[in-house]
Design a protein around this ligand. Structure first.
Ligand code: SF4
Ligand code: SF4
Length: 343
């Protein structure tokens, strides 16, 4: 009999949408009763700042885990990686609706050639997107399938015969003993679920990022930095300008995501499969016109800060050097229509 448990973290939606809250509650109610599962509930992942109890709870989890959130799996995985919550991405059976349509042509996607994560902990992180199915049983069944998969691995590696790891953080699967202990400090349950303020910052997908530093040159607000391994990273997350996705259009590898942006392409949808839209993603993110749009977005923020607009004169990659500012064009219209797309 397996002793080890699978940790499932349910990340709530921002705001108070009753439809979203309802499915979260259905999933939580089902998983609270699920043998072999430890369930933790935290506010929206993207907003969890350093020191938030929900973030400390995530940091304290050892071993395999499932993260269920309102984010694209790619965005959730790399956002956790940036926060030091690392592992290998587990493969899930839940796919976006359009991926299940056999008649739909799937766009050929080039294999990413990025520099990869700094280190992978020897554990799996499965990321499930709550927008992929309306029925909570889809998620509960997937957690059961993942638990079965993990148990086979634990049996094979002998992990089940080791003493159970005591998780740091609240274990709401056993409310009677939930002392909200995090790193030896007691936190009241309300702290775990305390809703943090909204945040806005880029998330880098290192499976795509080639460390070209174009984002570092482009951003004039000090968001990006270079770490001790000379790798690009998002250094000052909260210096980013709310609502602006400019640098995601500059990245030639489509590696920069803004998980809260309305356009799926920029929010972290699988590259090459955006809600059945047949668009040239390379152009959308990194082509010539996209850079014009990015420069306009950046200028808007510079002026808002009382600084001078710089247009295309600073931090624009060489591939754009012959481009001049242009009036609103087809790409702007495309971006506008993507921005209004419901996801
Ligand atoms: S969106 Fe703008 S402010 Fe934020 S990181 Fe990108 S370029 Fe910098
Ligand atoms: S522009 Fe894109 S590929 Fe280049 S360093 Fe930045 S995130 Fe990486």
């Amino acid at each position: 009999m397996s002793q080890k448990k699978l940790t499932v973290v349910l990340s709530q939606a921002q705001g108070k949408d009753p439809v979203r809250r309802a499915i979260e509650e259905e999933i939580a109610a089902a998983l609270l009763m699920e043998p072999g599962v430890d369930l933790g509930i935290v506010p929206a992942l993207y907003d969890l700042h350093q020191g938030h109890t929900g973030r400390l709870y995530l940091e304290g989890i050892q071993g395999d885990m499932v993260v269920i959130s309102w984010l694209y799996p790619r965005a959730a995985y790399w956002l956790l990686d940036r926060d030091g919550i690392q592992g290998q991405l587990g493969e899930t059976n839940i796919k976006p609706a359009e991926d299940n349509d056999d008649d739909e042509e799937t766009e050929e996607v080039a294999k990413p050639k990025g520099i990869g994560a700094v280190k992978f902990k020897d554990r799996l992180i499965y990321c499930l997107d709550l927008r992929d199915a309306k029925d909570h049983r889809v998620y509960v069944n997937e957690v059961r399938r993942i638990l079965g998969e993990c148990r086979k691995r634990w049996d094979a590696s002998g992990e089940n015969s080791k003493p159970a790891i005591v998780q740091l953080g609240m274990n709401i699967s056993n409310p009677a003993s939930s002392s909200n202990v995090v790193n030896g400090i007691n936190f009241p349950k309300e702290e775990m679920l305390k809703v943090p303020g909204r945040r806005w910052y880029p998330v880098i997908d290192y499976s795509r990022c080639t460390n070209c530093m174009e984002c570092l040159d482009f951003c004039l607000f000090g968001v990006y930095g270079v770490d001790s391994l000379e790798r690009i990273y998002v250094d000052n997350q909260d210096s980013c300008k709310k609502g602006c996705p400019a640098c995601s259009r500059v990245c030639p590898e489509q590696a920069i995501m803004f998980p809260d942006y309305k356009s799926p392409a920029i929010a972290g949808a699988p590259v090459g499969a955006i809600s059945g839209l047949k668009i040239d993603l390379t152009k959308l993110f990194g082509g010539g016109d996209a850079l014009v749009l990015a420069a306009k977005e950046r200028d808007k923020e510079l002026v808002r800060d009382g600084r001078d607009a710089v247009g295309l004169s600073v931090g624009i990659p060489k591939r754009q050097s012959d481009k001049k500012d242009s009036p609103k064009d087809d790409l702007d219209n495309l971006m506008d229509s993507l921005d209004t797309l419901e996801i």
